[in-house]
Structure formats: structure tokens, C-alpha cells
Design a protein. Structure first.
Length: 175
């Protein structure tokens, strides 16, 4: 593991510990992160997701970790019961904004087995982090964060499938 990967491991483990133990911290930092994501400053794998509200129809924005492959990308939620997850399931359309650039996508929630295979394949080349696995427990950091820091937590496809059942994965295709 490189020095950069070790530093990334410490950063991800610290954030995983903070966010899994104190979910209110996420709600507190979301407005700050949302504003940061509208500036040209680099923000790693983070982007601002805007989805139409399922009840009001008004646009709702949330910071997310986004894995970008040009015309295709992936979002992984921290849990099934987030509002942006419910809204994205209902609208199936999303706008991703990084800095001043924004792109519209069509969203498809992936079945856990399909998501597991994609997550496994994306992270397979990277070294495993026992530290992050120990700190995060069952709540894994989003795949975009792990991919950014070139780390992985799980080994077996079944591990990824269990994670995908609790933390849904969406594929975004340019619309």
C-alpha cells in the first residue's frame, strides 16, 4: 500500500467513524458541503445531486459521493431511508453538479447482485483496508470514496451484495 493510500485510509476511517457514530453530523455539514460543491474548488468524489421531490415536485439537492465515468456514473446511498434515495426512485431523473458544470442523467436502481458485481469489479485492483472495515462495521463508505482513495473493504462478492441491500446503488446514464 502506498503512502497516499495509507493517508487516504486514515481520512476515510476518520470520516466513517464520525458519520456512523454521529449521523446528526451529516445533517449539520450538508449545507456547508452543498455550498462548497457549487464553487470551483476541488471536492474529491463529491458532487451535488438535485432530484425532483416526490411530493412537492420542487428540486431538492444533497451532497453525494459520485463515481464519474463520463456518460455513465454511480451513486451509492448510505442507507435505504434517505430522502434523496426515495426521490430518485420516484423521479428516475437526476442532475449532478460539480463546480459550475452540471449534467442531467437518467437513474436506474441496480439490483443488489448487479450492484455487487459492479462494486466488486471497480474495487478489486485496490488493497484491502482492515482499518476502514473495523471502524465502519456494516456501514461501508460509498464506492466513489473508496475508488477515489484506491482502497477496498470487502473481498467476497457476497459481502458486496449484503452492502448493496442496505446501501442502494444507482447507475446514472446521460439523458
Amino acid at each position: 500500500m502506498s503512502v497516499t493510500q495509507h493517508l487516504g485510509e486514515l481520512v476515510v476511517a476518520t470520516f466513517a467513524l464520525a458519520f456512523t457514530r454521529t449521523p446528526s453530523l451529516i445533517r449539520l455539514l450538508n449545507p456547508v458541503m452543498s455550498r462548497l460543491l457549487m464553487t470551483p474548488l476541488p471536492a474529491g468524489p463529491n458532487a451535488l445531486l438535485t432530484v425532483r421531490g416526490r411530493r412537492t415536485g420542487r428540486p431538492r439537492s444533497s451532497p453525494v459521493a459520485y463515481l464519474d465515468f463520463g456518460d455513465r456514473g454511480f451513486l451509492q446511498a448510505a442507507s435505504n431511508d434517505l430522502n434523496w434515495v426515495r426521490n430518485l426512485r420516484a423521479s428516475r431523473e437526476a442532475v449532478i453538479r460539480k463546480g459550475r458544470a452540471s449534467r442531467k442523467f437518467e437513474a436506474t436502481e441496480l439490483a443488489p447482485q448487479t450492484a455487487a458485481q459492479i462494486l466488486h469489479d471497480l474495487l478489486a485492483p485496490f488493497p484491502r483496508s482492515g482499518l476502514i472495515a473495523g471502524v465502519a462495521g456494516e456501514d461501508r463508505p460509498p464506492v466513489a470514496v473508496l475508488h477515489y482513495f484506491r482502497l477496498r473493504v470487502d473481498d467476497a462478492l457476497a459481502d458486496y451484495a449484503r452492502v448493496a441491500m442496505r446501501q442502494p446503488v444507482f447507475e446514472l446514464r446521460r439523458g
